[in-house]
Design a protein around this ligand. Sequence first.
Ligand SMILES: [Fe+2]
Length: 278
Amino acid sequence: MPGVDGFEVCRRIKATPETRLTPVVLITGLTATEDRIQGINAGADDFLSKPIDFNELLARTRSLLRLKQFTDELESAEGVLFSLAQSIEARDPYTSGHCERLAEMSARLGEKLGLTEEDIRALRRAGIVHDIGKVVVPDAILLKEGPLSPEETEVMRKHPVVGERICAPLRTFHGVLPIIRHHHERHDGSGYPDGLRGDDIPLTAAILQLADVYDALTTDRPYKTAIPWETALLMMDAEAERGWWDRELYAAFREMIQEARNHPEQEPSRKSANNATT
Ligand SMILES: [Fe+2]
């Protein structure tokens, strides 16, 4: 092929969101292991060596298309969950953009800490769906201006467990479930729903929690305006002092925010502000 080779075409197909799940079979005259490795690195799903056996090509294409069908079904199931999460976010006009910022901020902290790609992917997904359980919280509670009564608090506090239950059937959400369930735990055991403490709290959940709190502080809510980022960090310093956050993790988070403020072009857009860390 002029200009680009088959590996590069494959790499581009797999790097484009719209085509990344399209199966690619590399037909090659090369049998060397190195070329196969290059093909695998480029994202190829299968290989066929020249000369092509027509029946083998047909059988492999059928098998890949079958797999693609399962992937598509899984993708649409994820799509439904993301849409539901977005519609819940839309119930509260103050939370616009909160989920995207959270996904972005959590993933950046995960990268900074050297977490696995799988954990970072889970953080991105959790950023979008972590509050999906608020589907059971009535508007009168969700949009209430001012403090909640003990009964209302109890209803609101069901959302992590409900959210976990909603997302549980999706196998690809395996790493997302603990984040949904534990995104309101605190290091000293004073959080909910399980009152976990210290290292019993999954690291990914603790990461999302910090991003959630920071974003809620620095954006508008129905009953308060956004506070400056420096003040938000001071408030979170006091919370860390009180034992709510893991010291080491919070230090890394703080450093990331300060770095981002020194290079604001790297920070996700904050023009749509808001609430949502009940
Ligand atoms: Fe929440």
